[in-house]
Write a protein that binds this ligand. Structure first.
Ligand code: PGA
Length: 246
């Protein structure tokens, strides 16, 4: 394992979620006015639940942080239950003491996605940059909506979803045709500029891609493999996702 990686293997999803929440809450405690990067997906839901509990019991405080999310479908309305804006409110933001005016998610309704992407990058830059960025990983190796491809975007961009992602996310929509075909996503530079990465993975479906991302060649065909270039990556996995990492 590369020396820039710290690996925590926990028994199951609940333990993984708790460990990740503790690591994240410590990062916030060390930089209580910092900017932090959030992710959507099934993987961080348990961690968010744990963070809400920690805040309610006085073990975490989010009053002064600024939150940036990795990505959002495009186009999508913010009040659409499948939007990532809605997801974040439901699973975290409405449950913690973080003022709504310091939560930033790319606007899935922006008239001009290119302008929105530039504005989003500028907002991140204005905070001095992201302290800790939470990441999940797609079964195809994507991080954010940076899909396997010959070329990846550096900064926040309007991107096309891979067929594998549409298929995987169709479980949340009435039909696969309802899954938006595009998204706005932080790029690889945006992600790698975070001071620290907190990568979560759970379940046997993630074992193979975690191995490829952490031990395989660095390739744009596995966007998460670019994390090997980052100085400070903390990985929290459950036993099933860790199966091929020992
Ligand atoms: P998941 O998605 O957490 O729902 O598995 C992860 C991702 O696609 O980044």
């Amino acid at each position: 394992m590369l020396r820039n990686f710290k690996l925590y293997t926990e028994d199951d999803y609940t333990a993984m979620s708790q460990k990740a929440a503790e690591i994240f809450a410590s990062a916030v405690a060390a930089n209580p006015t910092g900017a932090f990067g959030f992710a959507t997906g099934s993987t961080p839901e348990g961690m968010y639940k744990a963070l809400i509990q920690m805040q309610k019991s006085g073990k975490a405080d989010f009053t002064h942080i600024t939150a940036f999310n990795l990505d959002e479908y495009y186009p999508i309305k913010p009040d659409d239950p499948q939007s990532y804006k809605y997801f974040m409110r439901l699973h975290l933001f409405d449950g913690i003491n973080l003022p709504a005016n310091r939560t930033f998610i790319p606007n899935g309704q922006a008239n001009d996605p290119a302008v929105e992407c530039i504005a989003f990058e500028e907002k991140i830059a204005a905070t001095g940059g992201i302290d800790t960025q939470i990441l999940g990983i797609g079964t195809n190796g994507h991080i954010g909506f940076n899909e396997p491809a010959q070329e990846l975007s550096a900064t926040t961009s309007y991107v096309k979803l891979a067929d594998a992602t549409i298929e995987s996310n169709a479980r949340f929509f009435a039909t696969p045709e309802n899954v938006p075909r595009h998204a706005l996503s932080m790029g690889l530079h945006t992600i790698l500029m975070a001071k620290r990465i907190l990568l979560l993975a759970s379940g046997k479906g993630k074992a193979e891609i975690m191995h490829q991302a952490l031990f395989g060649p660095i390739t744009t065909q596995v966007p998460a493999s670019l994390l090997q270039l980052h100085r400070d990556v903390t990985i929290v996995v459950d036993q099933e996702a860790a199966k091929l990492l020992q």
